[in-house]
Structure formats: structure tokens, C-alpha cells
Design a protein around this ligand. Sequence first.
Ligand code: MIC
Ligand code: SF4
Length: 756
Amino acid sequence: MAFDIDMIKTVYANIAEKVEAARKIVGKPLTLSEKILYSHLWDGKATEAFVRGKDYVDFAPDRVACQDATAQMALLQFMHAGKPKVAVPTTVHCDHLIQAKVGAEADLKRANQTSNEVFDFLESVSNKYGIGFWKPGAGIIHQVVLENYAFPGGMMIGTDSHTVNAGGLGMVAIGVGGADAVDVMAGMAWELKFPKLIGVKLTGKLSGWTAPKDVILKVADILTVKGGTGAIVEYFGEGATSMSCTGKGTICNMGAEVGATTSTFGYDESMDRYLRATDRADVADAALQVKEHLTADSEVYANPEQYFDQVIEINLSELEPHLNGPFTPDLATPISKMSEAAKENDWPLNVEVGLIGSCTNSSYEDISRAASLAKQVADKDLKMKSEFTITPGSEQVRYTIERDGFINTFNTIGATVFANACGPCIGMWDRYGDKAADGPRNTIVHSFNRNFAKRADGNPNTLAFVGSPELVTAIAIAGRLDFNPVTDKLINEEGEEVMLDEPRGYELPPEGFAVEDAGYIAPKEDGSGVEVKVSPTSERLQLLAPFEPIKPEQLQGMKLLIKAFGKCTTDHISMAGPWLRYRGHLDNIANNTLIGAVNAFNKKTNFVKNQLEGEYGGVPDTQRAYKADGTKTIVVGDHNYGEGSSREHAAMQPRHLGVAAVLVKSFARIHETNLKKQGMLALTFADESDYDRIQEDDTFNFVDITDFSPNKPLTIEVIHSDGSKDNIIANHSYNDAQIGWFKEGSALNVIKRENA
Ligand code: MIC
Ligand code: SF4
């Protein structure tokens, strides 16, 4: 139905020749990542070998996927591109705007009422421009993509950082900002710095309580939240082939949490099985024909050190179940050490809620294994100690697990089944009503991917730990963070000591997947007559006005908006949760700009000095005052600034309010690109310690901005309030085309001019 077998056959028809050309040019055996990248060059066959981590390369991705929260801005921009139809297969998925409160049916109904204006907008734009539309309740973008569109050896981009999930089916799938998606939808090349390559060799085999999730929790421990930046992580080895395709998806999904450009696995039989089970025997047959090109050359995995920039080895037979958190996904604790760690850090041991599902972990395998534990609650006369919720990843999974009795099993332990949507994973969880901001200190465990402060329920005092669905279920049964199901006993209602049996499940449904209405709506063949309506008085949607270029003279006499202290993710820059409702209205959502960032001078959030008045105020108000005054500002930040989401709002909002430059120790990849696309200056300190020189009352002059050119750092004169000066050297990674975006005000302004 919704996938495009002809497109896939075309990719496979040319793959042998393209891979061979690349192998010749590179002069050595190729990794899978290189095969996919070189077979998707915009210019066709490889004619030069690219330098990893350095060369900007133009690619031709096979498809695009967008989710409702980012698609609004992406499509508002696409409407300016002057094209009648998207140039490559594209889909829109309604998943982020559905709030979890009481349960699937009621929640979905409420979302369809409260967000119908946005869903209607997305549906009509999709219909007009030839985009496939997945309606609210159909499922979470990445699960739906894995079930319907992902294919081994393919390349796709998506306006969501977890697009990387499709690596589980052997793709190079990359999360981008909406403006990047516009390039590809408009039929233009998509640019990416040729990634570095990290190889992860998996030896041994998973067993017992250990799950694929534990592999990525361990990788996050090793690489940290920024260790994968600019790299593709390629997994291989007997441990990789012995794992299910959806388990591979979980590992790739959370590659976003180590900052990796994407992650992928070589083609194997688990992929063949998954393709056939999801009704794509034709794709499976086609892949089988070219399978040697869908994995690395054999020499590569035999001597990985020679072909990857970094190699990590993990023995799955020795891997323990982990819980990562709180507040960052790379703080890993093996379950056997949790008791100690929790005591040391004073983490509340009582677990209030266990949440399973999400795009990361709601495969049939995950759910069936979790259900095997839920079943033991009645069998062993236990009583659930924590609340328990499930968010299925797609209607197909939900329908199938209901048919197979798992939902019923979960119901018997008092679980709440939320809609097939993001819900509690993205702060769309009405746990505390309007009292979230100062909710009680408490612990939750979930099988999602991110656990930044406030991420799940808006309460800064919720400590969220990430684990496999199996471990989350066991911990919810026990109600304790330090429960180790491998060794610990529980006391049942009879006062007897019992142990939970190891989880058991099915890789794929023994009776196949089933679904009545998957939730897909195909676009009209000819959408030219479809009218897209945006009310000028809407508080949810606002048509975009082009950004004016930032002129060199505006970059003199600039003021500091905020020097952010410590972690500053996209959730700190443009919070999600309740703010998701303004994702299509730039001016309204701008009222959350940087309200989560910690001011380095007073360690408070949303409390910065307005240098015009000398008073302190919230970040958005202060910035609006600078804007009204015609004063441009700069934001200063620490390492991995903009980590997390692909949301380009984190760049467009500051841009809209008049921030001209962001100067940090280092950037997360997608955010850096988003800033460039919106015509801003994304700069890094040449000397990190210069961060400490920046004072609250500083004035900034970009003294050599008229010479802005590739590979040439910029000099910023910083004038302190006592009249003393520092010259700070700022590095940048702009190439000529990107400098063009800056000069014309945005990448979209360039597309518009070219298509005029
Ligand atoms: C997320 O997981 O943070 C999101 C919400 O899916 C984002 C996209 C968004 O901000 O809309 C992402 O990961 O890119
Ligand atoms: Fe949705 Fe969470 Fe997945 Fe993002 S990570 S797509 S918010 S379920």
C-alpha cells in the first residue's frame, strides 16, 4: 500500500555499479555506511573520495518523513518554495499533539477537538502537495516508518531526531530540521558533512533479562551524550545478527542520545523476516538479490580498526540490564549497582509509575516480553506496586497485541493504555494538571529514550530512569528502583517469597500482524485545486514572513541575551509539552524562547539582565525589548549546545526575536545546521576558556564580519562594562553556500530566489 516498491527497485538496480565505483575511488573495502552514502550521491556515481568529518557532500535521499510538531513549520516553509508537488515520497505523521491523560479513546477524541485546526492544515497541505498523511492515532512516526517505508540500503531524512530508528532495517536515516526537509521535498540536493564512522562489534548473545535496549544504554555510557557527534555508528558481529530487526531499531533510535548522525546495521535474516511479516515480501525479495551490497565488505568486519575511526566492543553474553538517568540518558547504572548508586545520590527508591512503549520500544517483541511479566502478577499472587502505562507505537502493533490477548493481560494489572502517540515521552502527559511546575520529588522508570528535566510530565522534580520494557515492567511490579529481578525476591499476597521468571516473548506475531484501519490517507493525484487555509487570527498557525538578512552594521554594539550554564538542550531553548500547541505559530511559540536555560550569572532560569534598562526579566520579554530597540543580541553556551531534538523552532524563535549569533563551546549537529539555515551565526570558541571571559554587561562587535569566509575564524571584540576589552576568536564551519544563506537571510530565501 503505502510504500514505494518502484523507487526501491530503482535504488537496487543501480547499487552494484555505484558501490563498485565508490570502492575503486576510496581504494579499499567499504563499510555499509559508506556504501549507502556513496550510492546516494546527488551527482550520481562517486568521482572523489570524501574526507570524513570534513567534506560537505550533496546527497539524494530516497524519502522524507515529518511529524506533526515539526511538519507545521516545515510545510509552512515548503509553501514558499514554489513547487506544485514534493519531489520524493514524503509522509506526515500525527503523533506529538495527542496528550495522554485517561486512556486511548478519550485522549484521541480530545486531541481531535483541541488540535483539529492543525491536523486539518497538515492534511490539506499533504493532499495538495502529494504527501502521504497518517492521521492522529495511526501511530508514532518512527514505528510507522519502520513498518511501512524503511528498506535496507536506503537513505532517508526526517524532521525528528529519532528518524535514525530506521537504521534497524539497514537504512541510513537521519534527523534534520524542517528547512533541510524542504530542500529534499523541493527536489534539491541535501547537504551533510561526510560523517566519521564508529564501529560497534557485538559479540555473544542476549539472554535472560538483558534486551537490545541495554546495548544502547551501555553505548551511551561509553560514548556520552556527545561522543557520537558527526559520526555514523555501524553495528556488526554475531551479537548483531542474532538480534531481532525491531531490537536493532531500538538501538538505532537511541543513537540520537549519543549525538550520532545515525546508526545502522548490515542486512541479515532478521530484516528479511521483518519485511515479510510487515507485508513487504516484494521488498524482501528485491533486497535478497543485492544483499552483498547491503552490508559491509567482509574484510571490514574482520579488521574493523582499519576501517572505522573508532571501534567499541560489547559482549552481549556479559551485558547486564541497565537503568540510565536521571536527567541525562548517558548516566548508566547496571541494575546490580542500583541499590548503591541510589543511596549515594539520594534518588527516591519508591517508583511511582512505570511506562512502556513509545517509538523506541513498542515492538511486538517488546510488548510480548513485558506481558509475560505482567501475567506473573496474577500467577504468583503479586500486587502491582507502581502505576503502569503503555503507549503502543502504531495501530498495527496495538491491534495485533489486543488480538493476541496482551492488552487484556495488561488490563488485569490495572494498566492504562494510552493512544498510539508520543504522549508521556514528550511532556504530553497530564499527570499533575497545572501543578506540574512544582510537583513533588519522585521517581519514574520508562522505556523511552530521553529523560531531560520536565521531559515526561513537566515536573522538574521527577527523576526519570530509562530501561528496557522488561526491566521497567519488573520494577513497576516491585515498585522499587533498586529491584534487581535477576537476584531479588518479592513477597506476594500470601507472604511467600517469589521470583519473577525471565521474560519470554515472540520476535514477530506467530499469527502475523493484523489491523483494520492503519490510519493512512493517500494524497490526491492532482492536488492543485486543494485550498490550504490559515486563519489570520489563529493562535496555532501563522504564515511565515521571510527573514531579513542580518547586516554587518547590526553586528556592532550587540548585547548579551544570556550566557547559558551547563546543559542547554533544545528542550531548554524551546520547550515541548504544553508549548507543542504553538509549533505552527512562530510569534506565539517565541514566548518560550530559552526559558529553560540556566543563566550562568545567577543560576536561575528565565531571569536575565536587560542591559537597556538595567533590570532583570524573563528571556523572551527581555529579548523583545532589545528587538523593539533595534539591538541585536548574542547567546553564549557551553558544550553540545542544542542537543536533543531536531526542532528548528530552537533556531527560528531566537532569529524571529532578533538574536543574531550563538557562540558556544560546541554544538549538536542538527541544531548547528538549523541556525545556519535560518541565516544566523553559529560559532564556537576557538579557546574554550574564553567562555569565562563573557560578562553580563558585555557589548559585542563583530569586527571582521565583512570578510566572513570558509575556514577563516571571526574575531569578536568584547567590551566589558569597566571599559576593558577582549578579542575573542570564534571558529565556524560555514562553507560558501551556507555563507550565502547568512547573507540572504535564510536558506529558504535562496530557494525562493532560485525558483522565482
Ligand atoms: C523529541 O523526541 O524530542 C521530539 C519531540 O520527537 C523531537 C522533535 C520535536 O521537537 O518536535 C525530536 O526528537 O526531534
Ligand atoms: Fe515521539 Fe518520544 Fe519518539 Fe520523539 S522520542 S518521536 S516524542 S515517542
